[in-house]
Design a protein around this ligand. Structure first.
Ligand SMILES: *Cc1c(COP(=O)(O)O)cnc(C)c1O
Length: 501
């Protein structure tokens, strides 16, 4: 078969790897400088008097001696080794790597926002406070919650914040509830946040359809249940159809429902966690609201709560007085306290506000409809080449299994590595844990049909290669700066300095 969308460059796997550009230390020549300043007219003794003897450097720093242009090329070359949504398709399941519209960046860079100082008096912050207040209300409306805090700096931080509020809620009622229930498909941060918040986690299995097993849930809940953490659609991209019953089971046992809304791309303007029975929800603005992420931040993980939990929100909250002015409300005696310095990652909040306001309610609904359509289109086209463990309609993402390639000695990891040669960031692999050889794909709404087809064709071609010429897949990638890494050692014992010379 012919795959017309596969880029030509990927057709010759044996091609020599591009020669590496010289490293900056190799370019170093004694005495070469990037720029020079006029001679200092302050006497040397006066300068050294300013710095304690012990802090003065005895030998010059081991820095490369290069021209300015070498430095610029060095860092530009390094930056080109990065992969981001601005240079290619990035269908990372459970991570919503959607395009970040540049108008969001323009808004965040407006002087009135970018130059704010955290210690400015409230009267001079009214515009920023109004933005925060409006964003809180927008997110509350979108999730079906009564109040929102914008302080948490990431999804996991939002989870922890939500769980601390759940803890405070139970304690305020004189109840000691120690367990948080999570399904086996849950994101790893869920049990981690529960543990850090002082709870014990209980895992409930999924049933054959990939949904929460109600029998197992009934057996797990009790007077010690603090909360159930769930995401819907779940991490397999499937909608928990029994959500009303799940909510009833947990609430009847006196527990609360926590919604992991990190990836809300399937439900915006269509369904709301608050209406499904959830009491607490966090959103990842750096996923769903298109603010940039990757490389560790900054992000934002706002948390919304139902009325009964409002007293426990982190302080300060942003309030609005009857006269229309805005203020930081520190008068919150039951608050769990401050969870972030100042007030959250403000620049990210401006981007999310801009995103929501440029789309409006109808636009956000359209975003979700397209995200779901794209995922179903991809799943359908790939279903004759890869196993689909949970067939049917998916939401914004879906999982495949690479199990069928195992007889040829090819694993899911090899498929992921080979995709790099076609210019794609691989999808999430080996997650969720309850699917063997899992490949988890989330195309998002921001990609054209041509891009989706190109990726699908590459995936199909790799499945063919795996059967006919497995070595080609097993030795991939061919065109990257480095080939296969020992990823565990790289993460645990990173070598971050240049060891040449
Ligand atoms: C990304 C993600 C998180 C964690 O968010 P961070 O901002 O990385 O802390 C939590 N749950 C789900 C389902 C996610 O996809």
């Amino acid at each position: 078969m012919t795959n017309t969308n596969v880029p030509e460059s990927a057709t010759a796997p044996g091609e020599p790897v591009k020669p590496d550009k010289a490293l900056i230390f190799e370019l170093s020549r004694p005495g070469r400088v990037a720029y020079s300043l006029p001679a200092c007219d302050v006497p040397e003794e006066r300068l050294s008097a300013l710095i304690p003897e012990a802090l003065l450097r005895q030998t010059p720093a081991q820095l490369p001696e290069v021209y300015e242009v070498d430095v610029v090329r060095h860092y530009t070359e390094l930056s080109r080794r990065n992969f981001g949504v601005d240079n290619g398709f990035y269908p990372l399941g459970s991570c919503t790597m959607k395009y970040n519209p540049k108008i969001n960046e323009d808004a965040a860079r407006l002087g009135g926002f970018a130059n704010l100082h955290p210690y400015q008096p409230e009267e001079s912050l009214q515009g920023a406070l109004e933005l925060l207040h409006t964003l809180q209300n927008d997110l509350a409306a979108l999730t079906g919650m009564d109040r929102v805090t914008l302080q948490p700096a990431a999804g996991a931080h939002g989870e922890w914040t939500g769980l601390m509020m759940i803890r405070a809620y139970h304690e305020s009622r004189g109840e000691r509830r120690t367990k948080v229930i999570v399904p086996d498909s849950s994101h790893g941060t869920n049990p981690a946040s529960a543990t850090v918040a002082g709870f014990e986690t209980v895992t409930v299995p999924s049933d054959a359809r990939g949904l929460v097993d109600l029998g197992a849930l009934r057996a797990a809940v009790g007077t010690d249940t603090a909360a159930l953490m769930l995401t819907n659609p779940n991490t397999l991209g499937l909608f928990e159809e029994q959500i009303a019953e799940i909510a009833r089971i947990v609430h009847e046992a006196g527990g609360l429902l926590y919604y992991d809304g990190a990836n809300s791309n399937a439900i915006m303007g269509i369904a709301r966690p608050g209406d499904m029975g959830f009491d607490v929800v966090h959103l990842n603005l750096h996923k769903t609201m298109s603010t940039p992420h990757g490389g560790g931040g900054p992000g934002a993980g706002p948390v919304g709560v139902k009325r009964a939990l409002i007293p426990f929100l982190p302080k300060p909250t942003v309030g609005r007085r009857d006269d229309g002015t805005y203020y930081f409300d520190y008068d919150r005696p039951s608050s769990i306290g401050r969870v972030k310095a100042y007030y959250g990652n403000f620049g990210i909040l401006v981007r999310a506000y801009t995103y929501i306001r440029t789309y409006g309610p109808e636009g956000l609904r359209h975003v979700s409809e397209c995200a779901v359509l794209n995922a179903n289109y991809m799943m359908h086209r790939l279903s004759s080449h890869y196993e689909v463990p949970y067939p049917g309609v998916c939401k914004h993402e879906f999982v495949l299994s690479g199990r069928g390639l195992k007889p040829y000695g090819v694993r899911t990891l090899d498929v992921a590595k080979r995709l790099l040669d076609f210019g794609y960031h691989p999808p999430t692999v080996y997650f969720p844990l309850n699917v063997e050889e899992c490949i988890m794909i989330e195309p998002t709404e921001t990609e054209s049909k041509e891009t989706l087809d190109g990726f699908i064709d590459a995936m199909i071609r790799i499945a063919e290669e795996a059967r006919l010429t497995p070595d080609v897949v097993l030795n991939a990638p061919y065109g990257t700066a480095v080939r296969r890494l020992d990823e565990a050692t790289a993460a645990r014992k990173p070598v971050l300095n240049c060891s040449c010379g």
